[in-house]
Design a protein around this ligand. Sequence first.
Ligand code: HEC
Ligand code: HEC
Length: 472
Amino acid sequence: MMKKSSSPARRALHAIAAAVGTFSLVLFVAPSSIHTLSAADPAAAGTTARRSLASFDTMVERSARQMMEEGRRIFRFDTFGDEVYWTDVLGLNRAVAGEKNGGVGAGVSPKAALELGLKVDMDALPADLVTRIKAGAVNLDDPATTLALIKLNAVVGVVGTTDTRGNVSRVGLTCAVCHSTVDDAFSPGIGHRLDGFGNRDLNVGAIVAATPGVGAIAKVLNVDLATVKKVLAAWGPGKFDAELDKDGKGFRPDGKTAATIIPNAFGLAGVNNHTWTGAWGNVTYWNAYVAATELKGKGTFYDPRLNDPKKYPVSARTGAWNTRGSPDMITSKLAALQFYQLAIPAPPAPAGTFDASAATRGRALFEGKARCAGCHVPPLFTEPGWNLHTAKEIGIDDFQASRSPDNRYRTAPLRGLWTYMKGAGPGATGRGFYHDGRFSDLEQVIRHYDRLFSLGLSETEVKDLAQYLRSL
Ligand code: HEC
Ligand code: HEC
């Protein structure tokens, strides 16, 4: 029996060893352990099995470290070849450079870039540049300075390719442009990277609208240029519409933008469904979706549910549901990218941003009288299992829910909520709560539930509950 199972086990060990680059080590260890395992002496077998397991543990740990580092690199710097879109189709590089630097228009100076919500990674700046910025000796009104920053890999989520003459000839975007911010340690918008924090300063719509190739989006959506510009202008800072190029819906029936808040991408381990509406798939599904169809990198994304001419007319027409970019620069990166994403914890609320004793009282309400914990199950703060609800269950309209495969909203995992509160810390801009930011503060969210579920919360209870939410 042992012999039978040892062969596939050895094959598996070899496969994993090859993957983490310790092939020769295992070739040496594995055959001897297999030999001993089939021997008669159970004590000896136990010892050797323990030893080979220990070496497998090392392999696992090494793999975890590699995935972590590789995933972080991908999250921050990998464009998946999306320069074909951001440079060749939209011409973002030309919009940044401006006419004076061989591009179009006024260009994007560092000041303008910061106003658009782009962030600068101070750790990528050489010491002498930091000194010169501090001394006011760097022209922050000149688009050429932005190009220099891109060359240094200092503009978070914007990656440049430098040509033989040293000019930034191509640019692409990474996950970090929307899902990282900085801690403002140097000055507003300039600091150390904070991966996973939704960048709710970033005005994606304004950036895209300023590109010379924006007409390409009108073509995809089968509308005129003015309509596309109207749609993009309505997004505003901190929002993006990840379904527009599938269902073509620019506005809700009430006339407001169909874009949603750019959410945090931390604290996601243990959470089943993702995005505001869920039912797409897990983190790796969504990563492939975004890399191939939103960033428009080169690679594979497949979901036949989106080949539905009624629900997803644009996707059905363009074939986005079955994207086969070649060469595939996405698929090989999904494992490490997912690993890194799941490793990013929700950041604890900064000290002094909530009242601890009120939060303790609020917790009792959350788990008791206010009945929040039934859906926001601690400590994940979403349901283990199928964490989705109809619009009716949470007392709101179903516009956004109906754009997702299951027509539901996902129970938002509440940790790190403080990052949505204006002034609560780095990256905390305050665009409101719920997928569209419809509630401007936590008290409003609680009062909504109070009415919906007839909870009978007093004003003090509302405040205590809000303090608890701030503490998560
Ligand atoms: C242009 C901005 C933008 C970029 C770039 C972007 N995202 Fe997102 N991301 C969003 C928005 C908006 C949502 C919410 C979508 C929705 O609910 O429809 C989202 C949702 C997510 C979620 C779900 C979070 C949750 O709470 O479940 C994950 C995970 C994620 N993005 C990862 C990534 C990764 C990885 C990349 C790079 C491949 C990426 N995103 C690139 C804007 C962006
Ligand atoms: C029936 C399940 C359910 C119950 C009960 C419930 N929630 Fe929610 N909650 C949700 C869903 C679903 C969302 C996502 C709404 C959206 O995406 O617009 C959400 C969103 C939120 C948000 C916004 C999170 C964000 O990222 O913007 C907060 C805050 C919140 N709930 C707090 C509470 C509190 C406090 C209670 C108790 C008074 C409660 N919830 C009860 C399902 C529930």
